[in-house]
Design a protein. Structure first.
Length: 486
């Protein structure tokens, strides 16, 4: 609600609220950014690909991970300019989420007033899932920023009947989201639901359809190409009832915020924008997961923009409702609510900024490898994906021979390389005196299924004996020495 302005008075500037929300989110992001100098397996994939030359990245994308190709190329450029570090790896996510917070605050201001804008922008950075991916060297925060920009553009063109250039910008923002992760195209049905809710005129529908079609057309080649790489997500478990608890809680909170807003039918409001943005991607991902297991919260992280908008609107409604009776107390409702939320979430916030918040730590086990290795030692990895430790910390493995590897990740255009056949691996292992095994700790390990990995484990158990062992942050390195049998 826009306050009444007396004649001759200038309206208050718009920029302080989004700037405050941006700086607030940046502060949350840089707090504990290095996570005690730890790096987990998903981020290790970004790290090792970003360090490759551009030609090798393109070679890899032809075989695996094309869905993240644009992000890898972006990170490669940043690594080239600023060097490889956890700061370079994670700051893009921090800045992207800060942009998202600023955009959601501007959207909230246009739809529900200044207090709603402030509540939406500040609450976004406090959401637990956002705090997790705020410091993640992966593309999901960037997708969220693109979704926030596209949503703000949609609200702007619907409210102001903006020129064609704004619709082109909207199409570009959606296209960028889709190129970073094509599941982000689920934002289009959410926006369509908003247009249905607000009974948008035919002209708006025509322009939106053209913009949406252009974005989908731009992403479609990537969608079709990455279908051939679907084996990469074969590890995602089938949908179960307990997986639905999180979405159910989010939708319940969002629904409560919508009830407090009390929107009018046919009017563009925070609820008409926020509730579809929250609910539609969540429900669509659940539906897709019934066909093929895909349910990971990070794929619809951008839907939390809708939740933040609804929370901000509810807080703004509370401030406005209290203002007539408690004019001095009402302005304190929002800062007190944010302070209470910050205090309540502090244990979780600290946990998410610790190495234990992730499955493993690639850096920590590299330190143990460097300490335990000896001249002439060999190394094997179970599963082969644990070679990421060597790829991101090659100095720790200097002098060790990776005896199972037949073709390096760079040569093969893969993330983990191509290993020799089982017979070859067995022969080479039996010729060694000492072998270091880099693997997972028991609490996070999955059953050994690949034939090559079963061969490695079998040879070590039958012909070698462990003489040293170190376990740290989800990873394990064991030194095996050959047992001479008569």
């Amino acid at each position: 609600m826009t306050p009444h302005l007396t004649a001759g008075r200038r309206p208050p500037p718009v920029w302080p609220v989004p700037l405050l929300c941006l700086l607030w989110t940046v502060a949350l992001g840089v707090w504990g950014l290095s996570r005690q100098h730890s790096l987990w397996r998903d981020e290790a994939a970004t790290w090792q690909v970003a360090e490759r030359p551009t030609a090798e990245i393109w070679h890899m994308l032809a075989h695996v991970d094309a869905v993240h190709g644009l992000y890898y190329l972006l990170m490669h450029g940043l690594f080239e300019v600023f060097g490889a570090s956890t700061t370079t790896l994670r700051l893009p996510s921090v800045f992207a989420m800060a942009v998202a917070a600023a955009c959601v605050s501007v959207t909230g201001r246009r739809l529900a007033g200044t207090w709603a804008a402030l509540g939406a922008g500040l609450s976004l950075g406090l959401l637990p899932a956002v705090q997790f991916y705020l410091q993640e060297g992966r593309p999901y925060a960037l997708v969220t920023a693109g979704a926030a920009i596209s949503t703000l553009l949609l609200v702007t063109v619907v409210m102001d009947r903006g020129p064609v250039t704004r619709w082109a910008a909207y199409a570009g923002a959606v296209l960028l989201c889709g190129l970073l992760n094509w599941l982000a195209l689920m934002i289009l049905p959410a926006h369509a639901a908003t247009l249905l809710w607000t009974r948008a005129p035919r002209g708006v529908w025509t322009r939106w359809t053209a913009a949406a079609a252009a974005a989908v057309a731009g992403v479609l080649p990537l969608v079709l190409f990455t279908r051939s790489q679907s084996e990469q997500i074969s590890w995602i478990p089938p949908l179960t009832w307990h997986m639905l608890i999180g979405p159910a809680v989010l939708l319940a909170v969002g629904g409560l915020g919508a009830l407090l807003d009390r929107p009018r039918a046919g009017r563009l409001s925070a609820t008409a924008v926020g509730l579809p943005l929250l609910a539609v991607p969540q429900l669509m991902l659940i539906g897709l997961s019934l066909v093929q297991p895909l349910f990971l919260d990070r794929y619809v992280l951008f839907s939390l923009l809708g939740l933040a908008l609804l929370i901000g609107t509810a807080l703004g409604t509370a401030v406005r409702a209290a203002a007539p009776r408690f004019p001095r107390t009402a302005p304190w409702i929002l800062p007190v609510a944010v302070a209470v939320a910050m205090a309540a979430l502090l244990p979780q916030s600290l946990a998410k900024r610790s190495p234990a918040s992730r499955v493993d730590d690639v850096f920590a086990v590299a330190t143990d490898v460097q300490r335990l290795k000896a001249p002439g030692d060999a190394v094997v990895f179970v599963p082969a994906a644990r070679r990421d430790t060597e790829l991101v910390t090659p100095r720790a493995f200097t002098g060790l021979r990776d005896i199972a590897l037949a073709e390096s990740p760079q040569e093969s255009g893969t993330l983990k390389g191509v290993e020799a056949g089982c017979a070859r691996i067995r022969t080479v292992m039996l010729a060694q005196r000492r072998i270091l095994l880099v693997t997972d700790m028991a609490r996070v390990a999955t059953p050994v299924s690949a034939r090559r990995d079963r061969t490695k484990v079998s040879v070590l158990r039958k012909y070698f004996t462990p003489v040293a062992d170190a376990q740290v942050r989800g990873r394990r390195v064991t030194v095996y020495q050959r047992v001479e049998r008569p």
